[in-house]
Design a protein around this ligand. Sequence first.
Ligand code: PMP
Length: 431
Amino acid sequence: MHKGFNRSLELFAEAQQYIPGGVNSPVRAFKAVGGQPVFFVRGQGSKIYDVDGNEYIDYVGSWGPLILGHCHPAVTEALHKWVDLGTSFGAPTELETRLARMVIERVPSVEMVRMVNSGTEATMSALRLARAYTGRNKIVKFEGCYHGHADSLLIKAGSGALTLGVPTSPGVPVNIASNTITARFNDLAMLEEIFALEGKDIAAVIIEPVPGNMGVVPPQPGYLEGVRELTRRYGTLLIFDEVMTGFRVDYHCAQGLFNIEPDLTCFGKVIGGGLPVGAYGGKKEIMSMVAPAGPVYQAGTLSGNPLAMAAGIATLEQLTPVAYEELERKSARLAEGMARAAKEAGLELTQNRVGSMVCTFFTSQPVVDFQSASTSDTQAFALFFQEMLKRGVYLAPSQFEAAFVSLAHTEEDIDRTIAAAAESFRIVKEH
Ligand code: PMP
């Protein structure tokens, strides 16, 4: 029996007095699903525990980093070991080189890597570097892809590909937005058109190889290959934003899964094992332009923080190729079970999955881009979300997010999730 949310409600009321919207990152506020956010006190393995004493099977995993689940002993031990030696030096430690080497060994396109503190910093810095390297200003991003909140990336599409970018947020100057061209994911013809007109001015194409910020959208066969070929032809750098997919979908990241070599790659989430980290890397020739090796300035007081490095190293050490096979099996079980439960409830839904990124779209259309994702019935999703929450399953509070399966999820967790979904789908159907 769910014990209700009384203490969460009290804490949220108080938080709203001191923190904008009561949260430190907008999607946490449950705006897309109604109701109020749940406050947590503890996580263990696949479970999280709220301030009212409720237990949930967690598919948010801190929005992706916790691929080993909460409080994995290897990560906790590493943190205990290093915290006693100091929390930050602002000077080099051996840990930074170790994590850099682990990333480079697993990702062939990356020969050098710079640690930062968030995914936002990684993409922002990679763009600056791409602009410096090419001597060009324009960039291309894709509608529905999220790359953090740097000004030039907070842009949505105009009515057509070639309309100048329109800022998604007030405070982003129009002249910055005008350097960002927005294209449709999975539409190579549109990208070719953009390049035919503006290709020689485009510094970089930045892309989530598997978009996970409009739900989960697999790239269609040949699409990423086409993007790679086109960018190469025009001397434009291809930046894979693997903040979400990096070490999540494959031992060699999404670029390994699809066998594409980007010029630059951004990381975050999993490489920090639950502590604040980001990174960007690529060919030596390009990365050597970053200060102090080269003229492109980028710095950070806490960059390469020893605790974050230790958690990242401990996490990557657990992520053997065999671990990804286990993740794949568990994730397939979840996705297939969810699809079956929806069908049995009489709902026509679209189930997308790449590795351990899973998404149930409340639409019967195939979801291949932002437009098709937008056909989802977000009210039906909101009801589904609330019903799952009551049944002890914590999903991301928005239709346009991935559910993340971790190595800590057991088959029993997954079967319980599918059973909860079967009931919740029936309620949605009746509604
Ligand atoms: N890129 C992608 C693909 C992301 O999913 C995110 C965050 N969800 C970011 C960048 C930004 O990362 P951060 O929130 O750490 O700044």
